[in-house]
Design a protein around this ligand. Structure first.
Ligand code: 0O2
Length: 201
């Protein structure tokens, strides 16, 4: 399919609305879990929930990166994160608690779980990714990726995404090493914050 046609279809209101609806549904469900967990634990559990529907150009770039033809069907089947929800939790172990609830509470199919906390990406990126299959009223299922991370991880990911991720012109070695060091410091900080929480509660 011509790229222009692809951008038109994947950018259409019909295509994007369905993903937006799924994101809003997930946001509602996540906030409800957060409300319950905050009551139970008597502290903040979820700090923020944010979502976006991936733009048509970004879908085209990612399909090309994956060596797939540009069609709306391929976008729906091959891209896990057209519907992308990001949840920022207070503590490192909260993201695992939330992941468990999301995988069990609503009967969604867990298509993929990627633990970039236990095994960070080469960049140093840490987050827990959950790809869920969300059933639609017409019997189809569409995919949504939920990124779960702490505030500290989110700080790292935001800065790295802006300056480094997808920036092929960057003098790689030095800067990337610094980011990996920062990611390690962030992991240690998250561990210490959990210890302090446990000591004080
Ligand atoms: P953008 O611009 O954030 O949307 P998959 O088919 O799921 O196996 P995918 O989608 O490449 O393959 O999976 P992966 O590696 O889990 O990456 C999904 C998303 O995680 C990325 O989306 C980024 O948002 C984030 N991410 C992954 N690696 C890094 C990293 O090194 N640094 C930062 N800052 N974010 C990262 P996109 O579409 O690549 O980018």
């Amino acid at each position: 399919m011509e790229e222009e046609k692809f951008l038109e279809l994947v950018g259409s209101v019909d295509f994007r609305d369905e993903y937006g609806e799924v994101c809003r549904q997930l946001e509602r469900q996540i906030r409800e879990i957060g409300r319950q967990m905050s009551l139970l634990l008597r502290r903040d559990f979820i700090i923020a929930v944010d979502w976006r529907v991936k733009g048509p150009k970004s879908c085209a770039e990612k399909l090309k990166r994956k060596g797939r033809e540009l069609t709306p069907e391929n976008a729906a089947e091959r891209l896990n994160d057209i519907a992308g929800v990001r949840v920022i939790c207070s503590f490192l172990d909260d993201i695992y608690l939330l992941c468990e609830r999301l995988a069990n509470d609503f009967g969604y199919q867990v298509i993929k779980k990627k633990d970039y906390v236990k095994k960070p990406k080469r960049s140093g990126y840490q987050s827990l990714h959950l790809v869920l299959g969300i059933p639609r009223p017409d019997g189809r299922q569409i995919r949504a990726e939920i990124q779960l991370r702490t505030q500290a991880m989110d700080f790292w990911a935001g800065v790295e995404h802006h300056f480094v991720y997808k920036n092929d012109e960057l003098p790689r070695d030095v800067v990337r090493k610094e980011f990996r060091e920062c990611a390690k410091a962030i992991y240690n900080l998250d561990q210490k914050m959990m210890s302090l929480r446990d000591y004080l509660s």
